[in-house]
Design a binder for this molecule. Sequence first.
Ligand code: C2E
Ligand code: MG
Length: 687
Amino acid sequence: MLEGSAPDREYFSEQAAVGIVHASPEGEILTCNARFAEIIGYPLEQVPGLTFKENRTPEDGPSVTEAFNRLWSGQADQVSLETRYIRKDGSSTRLKVTASLKMNGDGKASYLLAHVEDLDSQKTAEIAPVVPAKVQVTGNECYRKVFQTCPDAVLIAQLSNGTIVDANPAFLEVMGFAREEVIAKTSLELEMWADAGDCSRLSGLLHQDSGCQDLEVRLKRKNGEVFWGQLSASSTAIEGVSCILIFIRDISAAKAEEEEIRNLAFYDSLTSLPNRRLLWERLRQALIVSIRNRCKHALLFVDLDDFKSLNDAMGHHVGDLILQETARRISGCVREVDTVARLGGDEFVVILEDLSQTPEIAADQAQTVGAKIRAAINQPFVFEGRECSTTSSMGITVFGNESESTNEVLQQADIAMYQAKAAGRNTMRFFTPALQASVNARTAMEDDLRRAIKENQFSLYYQPQVDRGLLIGAEALIRWNHPQRGIVSPCDFVPLAEETGLILPLGKWVLDTACAQIASWANRREGAHLTVAVNISAREFRQPKFVEHVLTTLDRTGANPQNLKIDLTESMLVDKVEDVIAKMTELKSHGVRFSLDDFGAGPASMAYLKRLPLDQMKIDRSFVEEILVDPISGAVAQAIIAFSKAMGLSVIAEGVETEEQRAFLAALGCHSFQGYLFSHPLPWGDF
Ligand code: C2E
Ligand code: MG
C-alpha cells in the first residue's frame, strides 16, 4: 500500500551511477545511497559516522580543505574537487566530489549534500546494470531514514486527488499536526495555505512543468499561525502511482530579516517614518498621478525652530523623544493617503495628495493642513516630568504639472521654508507670491465671513417666479451686506462657506428666514399659494439630521410645507444616491417640494434623474442666455422640457432677460419663468 511508503528509488537516485551522500555541515556522513557504499567498499550500514576527512589520502590535503573552506565561508554555493579516498580494504580510489551546503531558514548550514563519482571505475559504473534487488530493499530502508531525518518538511500526496500519502516528522513538527491527522487528507482540508490561490498555482505549475523550485508561499500551521515557506515540488511515481513530492523549508526568519533590511533602507529608524529615499519615490508617484488625474498635490517642508537649543539644553535623549513625538503629531494631522517623511535632523516633509485641480483651492487646502500641523507642534512637550515647547517654520509648494521634477518640488518647498524662517520663524510661506496672495485673501474673507455670521450681516432677497403672467412664488437668494465692500454676491462667498462649513449656520439662517416669510404670507389671501424656493448646498443636505432640521424649522415657524420648495443642484446628487432618495422621499411625504437647479451642467444622467422624487426642473440661466444664438442650448432646453413633461414634472426657465427668450421658451412649451425680464431679486419690503 502507498500509505507509509518511503519515496521510491527513482526519486532518491538509488539506481544512479553516482554516489549520493547526505552529511552534517562538518562532513560527518549521515546517510548515503548504495552506490556510495559500494564505491568506498563499506557495507551500507557502516557508512554513517564516517567522515570525508579521515579517509582521505595525505597527498591531497590542502586543496580539498581549501575547497570545503570556501563552501563553509559562503564564498561558493557549490564546490567540485577530486580526491583519493581510502576504501575499507586499504586500497584507494579517485573520486570526484561535487558538494553543496543546504541552508535552513535562518541562514545557518543544515546539511551537506555531495555527489560522488568513482573516476577509477567510471567505465564499469556506466555500464553496470541497475542495482540488484537485494540492495533496493536496503536502499529503501536507507532512504526511509533520509525521509525521516530530513530537516526540511516533506509531504507526499497523490497527484490525482491531492490526498496525502505520507509526511515526515519535520513536516508534522513545522505544521503542528499529528501524523494520523494528515494521512488521507488534502492540503486544502488541512487549511495549510494562507493564500488560497497558492494551492491552485502549485497544481498549475505541476501540470505545466512537472515541478517547481523555491516557490515562496505563506502557510498556516494547525494553530492558525502563518509563516513563510519555500516550497519545491516535483511529480514522481511511487509503486506505480503518480505522486507529488513537496519539500517545504520554513523561511520566516529570512523573510523577517529581508523586511528589516527593507525597513532600514526606506524608513527612518528613530521615528519609523519614510526616509528621504521613500519620500523621493512617493513624490515621483504623486507627480505621475497628477498628470493622470490633474489633481494638485502639496509638499510641506517643516522645520522645528528651536530644536538645536532644546537638544543641547535637555540632552540628546530628550531630543530624540521630541522628534518621535513630532513625527506622531504630524502624522495625526494628515490622511492615510498622505506621506509624512523625515529627512534627518529636525526636518520633516509632508506630501498631501489629490487636492483640488484648482491651484488656489489646493493652496488653501494645504494651508489648512499646515495650520493644523503647526498648532499640533506648538503644544508643549512633556518628557520625564520636564516641559518644553517649540514652534515650527513651514514652506509649502503646490505641485502637479508635467514639467516638474521631484528635485524642483523639494527645492521649492525648501525655499519657501527659508522664507518662513527669514520672516521671523513660527510661520508658513508659499513658494509663489501669487498663491501666497490668494491664500491671504481667502483667509481674510473667511475671517470676515465668520464675523458676518456673528453680526448677522446678511439679508434674503426674493426673485419673483411667474407663470403665464401670474406670480407663483419666489426664489430666496442670500445677500451679504459687507460693511466695507457693500453688497457681496453669493457667487463670491457661498463656495468658501461650503468649503469651510460656514454654510451650515448660514443655510440654517436662510431656511429660518424663508420659512418665517412663508408663514407671514399665509395670513394674506393673495400670498397663501406662493412657494418659496430655497437653495440648499450639498454639505447641508448631506447632514444626517437634515430632514429633522427642515421639519423642526417648518414646525417652529408655522410655515406650510406645501409652500416650501428646495432647490437642489445636480452635482450634489452624484454620490450616496439611496441616501438622497430617502431624504427627499421623507420630506416629500410632509408636502415639501423639490426643484433641480442646474440640470445639464453636471454629470447626472436622465436614467438617474428618473429615480428622484422631483417636482420641478429648472432650465439653467446659461442655456437661456444662449438660447437664441446657440442651437445646442436650444436643444438642451427642449430636451429638459420634453423630459419634464414625460415625467410629469413642472419646468421653469431661469435668467430670462428678454421677451424673445420668453417667447422662444413658451413656444417650446415652458410657461414658468424667473429673470430680470420680470424682476431682479428684491428685498422683502420691495417684493
Ligand atoms: P442660482 O440658484 O442659479 O440663482 C439664480 C441666480 O441668477 C441668482 O444669482 C440671480 O440673481 C441670478 N439671476 C436671476 N435672474 C437673472 C437674469 O435675468 N440674468 C442674470 N444674469 N442673472 C439672473 P445670485 O443671487 O447671485 O445667486 C447666485 C448663486 O448663489 C445661486 O444660483 C445659488 O446657487 C447661490 N445661492 C444664492 N443664495 C443662496 C443660499 O441662500 N444658499 C445657498 N446654498 N446658495 C445660494
Ligand atoms: Mg437656485
